[in-house]
Design a protein around this ligand. Structure first.
Ligand code: SF4
Ligand code: SF4
Ligand code: FES
Length: 247
């Protein structure tokens, strides 16, 4: 059970340090004073600013919008700017490491290229047909296709679902929950003209049919989205297209 230990003087923080590449990581211990409402990102920032300026980590917005601060905290992927120490510290201790399933650039910084390359492989780019001379395309908020992606479009690209996915861990070719979630938003976009190509891109061996639907991505998503549901939608759409002979 989590409890607020802000009355305690300090936290014992163990941080994974590495130079990236194939260099093995080692743990470095720091003692960080507790503060009320302290977040895990506050702790990492304190270490970098007061104890060891060589610590590499990444953040931008600090308010849960940019998705850049994700790390592994006590074994689970989390957005650190919105994770309070009081909710995750165990006996005054925090273990902080980079996100799993991604190469490490240095210390807590992962290389997100593979993650976003998979968005491109899943045809995650909007393919419109309108020109600047056309009127604005209006999508009714109450339409079935728009409502199907009401949640999914809120993805901030943090990579937490990707780090939580055991199929990604077994099969590095698997497109993963975030790229497939993105593809689902576009499959339901009535203005998009590449639905068939997109379904073909996600229906292969490394695509939606490899998902085992156990939902670790959905459990961990900090925005409370359900990539699992998006992937199930893609499976249905791809199967329908196959039965119709359009795939
Ligand atoms: S439900 Fe699918 S995408 Fe999500 S973690 Fe499991 S295998 Fe990965
Ligand atoms: S689906 Fe959720 S966990 Fe995955 S990248 Fe988007 S916001 Fe992050
Ligand atoms: S710093 Fe932007 S989401 Fe955490």
């Amino acid at each position: 059970m989590s409890m607020d230990r802000s009355a305690d003087a300090s936290l014992d923080v163990r941080v994974s340090r590495s130079g990236g590449g194939n260099a093995p990581a080692h743990q470095q211990s720091f003692t960080v004073p507790r503060q009320p409402s302290q977040t895990v990102l506050d702790v990492v920032t304190y270490i970098q600013r007061r104890l060891d300026p060589s610590l590499a980590y990444r953040f931008a917005c600090r308010v849960g919008m940019c998705g850049s601060c994700a790390m592994t905290v006590n074994g689970k992927p989390r957005w650190t700017c919105r994770t309070h120490v009081a909710d995750v510290a165990r006996d005054g201790r925090l273990d902080i490491a980079p996100l799993a399933n991604l190469p490490v650039v240095r210390d807590l910084v992962t290389d997100m290229r593979e993650f976003f390359d998979k968005w491109a492989r899943a045809k995650g780019q909007f393919a419109g047909t309108a020109t600047r001379h056309d009127d604005f395309a209006r999508v009714a908020p109450t339409s079935e296709a728009r409502r199907a992606v009401d949640e999914a479009i809120e993805c901030i690209g943090c990579g937490i679902c990707y780090a939580a996915c055991d199929v990604v861990a077994w099969n590095r070719a698997y497109l993963g929950p975030a790229a497939l979630n993105r593809a689902w938003t576009l499959v339901n976009d009535v203005r998009d003209a590449a639905s068939r190509e997109r379904l073909a891109a996600v229906a292969g061996d490394a695509g939606c049919h490899s998902c085992h639907t156990q939902g670790s991505c959905t459990v961990r998503c900090p925005k409370k989205l359900s990539p699992t549901a998006s992937i199930a939608g893609l499976k249905r759409a791809a199967t329908r297209a196959m039965l119709k002979g359009s795939l």
